[in-house]
Write a protein that binds this ligand. Structure first.
Ligand SMILES: Nc1ncnc2c1ncn2[C@@H]1O[C@H](COP(=O)(O)OP(=O)(O)OP(=O)(O)O)[C@@H](O)[C@H]1O
Length: 658
């Protein structure tokens, strides 16, 4: 049985002893020191997961002591308050991240500890600064160049209320603002033959800021956002399927201007005191920075979403809430559940290259973030999830919930044998075939440019009553305006090019331009901007066709299941959604290959032991449940009749889909 914060505080001497034993055990030593540092396999991945443990705050010992005094008859003197602090989280490795949560439990012979290990791409301990986190995540993952090149980047800060989400996001927003303008100046210079006078000659940068409170979306960008006279903004999609709520957007031309807009918007955000945080943000805050490339208007706008999510709360945290806070808390938890579903499905879709349904319209939060979830979105995207936890052992059950929520986002692509060469699928091309395709594609563009120029001159000549000589057949010259061997160096092939996004492709072409041709530099830059983009579009088209073909093949092989009479009618809502809405159940759900673990906590509070059922929810039928129950009972699991009946009732709502 797990312990409450007060019970943990009372058993601290024994818990400390157990922790010391664990820390000096050889298995931890080998994890910390024995292994060679492994590189995180984040290349090409769309979703990256990081954990951050915040440091202890100066007033926390006093707060914990107060909590213990209020809930037990334990006497704690002022000078003993510090002794209540004990770490419940150990960061074993930073890259890839290995974090251990120490969960105190009570056994027949006294307190014990279960050590739960959570893997992530990166893990940051209490002493790591937000600047270092920025460098190792957003900078290392090239998220700013991605946005400046027409891609979509997203950072999601998740965690228990008071775990440090707003602290991290406020600093990250400042670092992003500065780095965005630094990179824009550098890229702008690379994209022009002469250094531009101003970044705003190359990029138009605009920003919006919204807050989602319960089911309502509010614009934080307006001047009069004081509570009371705020009007919610409606969300919808335009004819092209883009989500563009009617928001006040500010154009910014320097990092200082962007920082000032962010600060002004944040001052409009709603907060309230909770038992865990004196200034708790009660909403999801979404900063959107949109970048338009003025030199290549054909490219789609790049977008950066920085999302400070509302704190996740458990039933115990909500008990002291007013009815309004309780309602908001319920809505927030629901949207966090929807977000989990979408991020995980997105990561799965990217890793498996098959068809995955992403239910982004199921909450306002995920709908606003459609650009990162929509399977039809053509822009490349990268999402960073930072899960925040408190360092204290008294908070460890919250921390386990947070880490359990975030860890499954880290979906590693399956190891596959290299696919055989297919002329129509660029993902199967080696270096030689890629260079040959590029050479032919650039040659074709050169031929088209020559023909167009001849037609233009011929039309001019005709206006003057003259006639041009017919165009000579195109010479099969090997001269390409790009140094292709540097553009796609050996052994890189089609997948290397497939990872490039539009503007990056054009920038690379400009960087590796073949100046040895003796052509005027400005004319060469102009030709590369035209031809480079056309070749990119041809390549992207080939890729889309190849991907669609493999997706269709996956769809064809999907199993069609006929419902048996034992099955229930497919309901409107899933089991997970039903339980999230019902306060009688405080449940944890942990996905492992579509399996879910349901814990009926409401019954524990009434003195019943916990009921844990492992089910495959997507195929759940009552027959499945009864079988699982019988197996659990045979294995000696302790259950109560009431809890079983309730779970049967809830299972009967589950979707019966495959
Ligand atoms: N890494 C850190 N270093 C120093 N102080 C921190 C750190 N992280 C958080 N804090 C402090 O902890 C307190 C709570 O942090 P914060 O408000 O960011 O939590 P939160 O997760 O956003 O909470 P909520 O969901 O309730 O808004 C603040 O006083 C903040 O300054």
């Amino acid at each position: 049985m797990s312990l409450s914060a007060t019970q943990i505080s009372a058993s601290l001497p024994r818990i400390r002893e157990l922790l010391d034993n664990w820390k000096s055990s050889p298995s931890v030593e080998s994890k910390e020191k024995g292994n060679e540092p492994k590189q995180a396999t984040t290349t090409g991945r769309e979703v990256i997961v990081a954990f951050r443990t915040r440091p202890t705050l100066s007033w926390e010992a006093a707060m914990l002591a107060e909590q213990v005094r209020m809930t037990s008859d334990q006497q704690i003197e002022k000078d003993q308050e510090e002794s209540l602090l004990c770490s419940g989280i150990t960061m074993v490795d930073q890259n890839p991240g290995v974090t251990v949560a120490h969960v105190p439990t009570m056994k027949w012979n006294g307190p014990a500890i279960t050590h739960k290990v959570f893997d992530s791409d990166l893990a940051f301990g209490p002493r790591v600064s937000t600047e270092e986190i920025f460098q190792k995540t957003i900078e290392a993952q090239d998220m700013i160049p991605l946005v400046l090149s027409g891609g979509v980047a997203c950072v999601l800060a998740y965690g228990q209320t008071g775990a440090g989400k707003t602290y991290t996001m406020t600093s990250l927003e400042t670092f992003v603002a500065r780095s965005l303008f630094e990179n824009a100046t550098k890229l702008g210079a690379e994209m022009q033959s002469q250094v531009p006078q101003n970044t705003s000659d190359v990029f138009e940068i605009t920003t919006t800021f919204v807050e989602i409170v319960g089911k309502s979306v509010y614009d934080l960008g307006g001047e009069h956002n004081a509570d009371g006279d705020r009007k919610p903004v409606s969300i919808g999609e335009d004819k092209l399927g883009k989500v563009r709520p009617d928001l006040i957007s500010s154009r910014v031309t320097t990092a200082a201007e962007l920082e000032a807009v962010i600060e002004r918007c944040l001052s409009h955000r709603r907060s309230a005191a909770t038992t865990r945080n004196a200034a708790s943000s009660r909403s999801h805050a979404i900063l959107n920075i949109r970048v338009k490339n003025l030199l290549i208007p054909e490219l789609e706008d790049g977008e950066f979403f920085l999302v400070d999510l509302a704190g996740s709360e458990r039933y115990e945290d909500r008990k002291a809430h007013s009815a309004e806070l309780m309602e908001q808390s319920k809505e927030n938890n629901k949207s966090l559940l929807a977000l989990k579903e979408c991020v995980r499905s997105r990561a799965k879709a990217a890793a498996e290259d098959g068809f995955v349904h992403i239910p982004y319209r199921s909450s306002r939060l995920t709908w606003v973030l459609k650009a990162i979830f929509d399977m039809e979105e053509t822009r490349p995207s990268k999402t960073l999830v930072i899960a925040h936890v408190s360092p204290h052992i008294q908070d460890v059950s919250h921390s386990v919930n947070t880490l359990t929520y975030a860890a499954p986002f880290r979906i590693l692509p399956p190891r596959r044998a290299p696919a055989p060469y297919d002329a129509e699928d660029p993902r199967t091309w080696g270096n030689k075939s890629t260079i040959t395709w590029l050479r032919d594609a650039f040659k074709e563009q050169k031929k088209l440019r020559r023909e167009n120029e001849w037609r233009r001159q011929d039309a001019d000549a005709r206006l003057q009553g003259k006639c041009l000589h017919p165009l000579m057949p195109f010479q099969n010259t090997q001269d390409c305006i790009i140094d292709l061997e540097s553009f796609c160096p050996d052994p890189q092939g089609g997948t290397f090019l497939a990872r490039m996004y539009g503007a990056e492709w054009v920038q690379k072409c400009l960087k590796h331009r073949n100046s040895a041709l003796g052509v005027d530099e400005d004319a060469l830059v102009f030709a590369i901007q035209q031809d480079g983009l056309s070749v990119y579009l041809d390549f992207a088209q080939l890729l889309v066709i190849a991907r669609t073909k493999s997706r269709n093949a996956v769809m064809k092989n999907r199993r069609v299941v006929e419902h048996t009479p034992d099955d229930y009618e497919p309901p409107q809502k899933t089991l997970v959604e039903r339980m999230a809405e019902d306060d009688r159940f405080e449940y944890q759900s942990q996905y492992t290959d579509d399996r879910i673990r349901v814990i009926a906590r409401g019954w524990m509070e009434k003195g019943h032991p916990s009921t844990t059922v492992y089910m495959d929810v997507y195929k759940a039928t009552v027959a499945d449940f009864l079988k699982a129950k019988a197996e659990a009972q045979a294995a000696g699991d302790d259950k109560t009749k009431d809890a079983e009946d309730n779970i049967v009732e809830y299972i009967s709502f589950a979707d019966i889909v495959v």
